[in-house]
Design a protein around this ligand. Structure first.
Ligand code: ATP
Ligand code: MG
Length: 555
């Protein structure tokens, strides 16, 4: 079960060393999303790492939006991200921070680099830049604009800022080394001209700093001690350090990389998730099939379960490809101990109890959880007709069948033993109704002289409430949908990932608030839909996870 002991990993080892040596006296981390989409399960890993370390070491974790790409960013995304971090159970240190808070400081530092002769204004366009850049095998060549004087560079940079030049016509570049084996160090662009409305700064700026330049300085200004990012930034680390080494910044954080989470049968790329949303292949960012935090929440996943998942997958530099079953297992275990259990029938067939007798046939009360009497109990009402699960009856059962069959007996959970006397069929030969008789001597006790092993769930037709039940399966049929060179990830979309059925639930759930979770006995864990479920009016339940690992799709 869930355990709050931190799992040791290489980043903790580095921090332990830094605290022991006195390099740092406390830990300051940050989580730096770009507000260009909703967060996904990979971000949850990073959130649990950054905020978790701050918690474990009694330090702080900032939430900082990396908002340097105005065209793709929006307030909606920024708000959703804050909601997700809070929902996962974390609190950021102080105010939300924005890289754009530092635009003026970043600009002044850029002038400082120019004054030091370490940055220059370049007139090469994108194509020219590519020609001079070289390749992994060949060194690049110096830009023809590299030797401009400090005065000329300052003048041009100020005029870039003032809006004198067209978008893309000039850039500011760091002057490092065009022959570096690391392409990131070949005079990287640190400012570009882009007339785009920014969610925070509006039209105040027409030049925007690049990510690599912005990120390290933002970290330094916030006195982050350990700047944790995913492995694709490993080759950017020399640039991170170079920028900070040139400037009079208040601190020099240590960048440490770890491997990104990839989860089987889904995708962890905001760009591709956006494509699913834009093409209407899912109902939105919060579709319960989406690996987004909003989607997982709506599906019924718990913050505790997601945090436990993050703990189990660990942190390292080696490949982190994880089966969906690991995530589902963590969620299931969390729900098992926590949520009340009730009965619901999702694929109903009617059973007429032929010897039901008003005033004689009795109901029993049952607890909501076998290990939690404090959850309380309710009366499980019976009536002359009940619904059972279609698959709990078989006319020609396989060997070892313990459920209902013609002439056979089964126990109704929390109620009597019944015997099936007749199966009523329609013209096409489908069973449409079962006629069963109650053994009135079996309420709360075993039948005399025989054993009845099977127990099935059921609801009373007279008392049950109708409910829309949404059953979800994997979003993709392939374990690594975006891992195929010759196939687009959309080819692997699981067309059967959602089925909506009409089922029946116990009246005990009629007033459940949105986001209330239950175990529907023998079926799975379900959650009242956050938006469509109206207590007492329209019941909508999402299947969060089945009771056992049983996807229709084999990973
Ligand atoms: P995507 O590729 O999905 O757009 P991103 O890395 O561009 O993701 P950011 O908003 O920049 O998205 O991510 C914020 C933080 O989350 C970064 O520190 C990033 O390294 C981390 N992160 C993103 N995806 C994953 C993942 N799959 N596993 C672990 N951490 C991740
Ligand atoms: Mg990013």
């Amino acid at each position: 079960m869930s355990d709050t002991t931190p799992v040791q990993h290489f980043i903790r080892t580095i921090i332990d060393g830094d605290l022991a040596s006195g390099k740092h006296i406390s830990v300051a981390t940050r989580f730096p999303p770009e507000p260009n989409g909703y967060l996904h399960v990979g971000h949850a890993k990073s959130i649990c790492l950054n905020f978790g370390l701050a918690q474990d070491y009694g330090g702080t974790c900032n939430l900082r939006f990396d908002d340097t790409n105005p065209e793709k960013e929006s307030e909606e995304y920024a708000l959703a991200i804050q909601e997700d971090v809070r929902w996962l159970g974390f609190a950021w240190h102080g105010q939300v921070r924005w890289a754009s808070d530092y635009f003026q400081q970043l600009y002044e530092y850029a002038e400082e680099l120019i004054r030091q002769g370490k940055a220059f204004v370049c007139d090469l366009n994108a194509e020219g830049m590519r020609e001079y850049r070289g390749t992994l095998k060949e060194p690049g060549r110096n830009s023809p604009y590299r030797d401009r004087s400090v005065e000329e560079n300052l003048d041009l940079f100020r005029r870039m800022k003032a809006g004198e030049f067209a978008d893309g016509s000039k850039t500011l570049r760091a002057k490092i080394d065009m022959a570096s084996p690391n392409i990131n160090m070949r005079d990287p662009v640190i400012y570009r001209i882009k007339r785009a409305h920014h969610i925070r700064t509006g039209d105040q700026w027409c030049i925007y700093p690049m990510y690599d330049y912005t990120h390290c300085i933002s970290d330094a200004l916030e006195c982050i001690t350990h700047s944790l990012c995913t492995l694709e930034f490993e080759d950017h680390r020399p640039l991170y350090d170079w920028v900070l080494d040139q400037l009079p910044v208040p601190s020099h954080p240590q960048q440490i990389e770890f491997s990104r989470l990839e989860l089987h049968n889904t995708i962890t790329s905001k760009r591709k998730l956006l494509q699913l949303v834009n093409q209407g292949l899912v109902s939105g960012w919060d579709d319960p099939r989406m690996p987004t935090i909003h989607g997982m929440r709506r599906r019924g996943y718990t913050p505790e379960g997601i945090r436990e998942f993050a703990r189990r997958i660990g942190i390292s530099k080696s490949v982190n490809i994880v089966e969906m079953a690991v995530l589902e297992g963590a969620i299931r275990e969390d729900l098992e101990a926590k949520v009340p259990r009730v009965m619901a029938v999702v694929d109903p067939i009617k059973v007429v109890l032929t010897n039901y007798q008003e005033g004689v046939t009795a109901s029993r009360s049952a607890g909501f959880h076998p290990n939690h009497p404090e959850f309380g109990e309710r009366e499980v009402r019976i009536g002359p007709e009940i619904w059972i699960e279609r698959e709990d009856f078989s006319e020609a059962p396989p060997a070892g069948w313990q459920r209902l069959t013609l002439g056979g007996e089964v126990r109704l959970r929390y109620s009597y033993v019944i015997k099936c006397d007749e199966a009523v069929k329609d013209a096409a030969g489908n069973v449409v109704e079962l006629r069963c008789s109650i053994d009135h001597d079996t309420l709360g006790k075993n039948p005399v002289g025989r054993k009845v092993k099977g127990v099935i769930h059921w609801v009373s037709a007279r008392h049950a409430q109708v409910a829309e039940i949404r059953l979800y399966d994997r979003l993709f049929t392939d374990p690594e949908p975006d891992g195929h060179k010759d196939h687009d990830f959309l080819e692997f979309l699981n067309r059967e990932s959602l089925s909506v059925v009409q089922g029946w639930v116990e009246p005990a759930v009629n007033d459940a608030a949105p986001e209330t979770r239950y175990q529907f006995e023998r079926i799975g864990y379900f959650c009242a839909d956050r938006f469509d479920h109206l207590p007492g009016e329209r019941l909508v339940f999402n299947r969060t996870v089945t009771l056992k690992d049983s996807s229709g799709i084999k990973a």
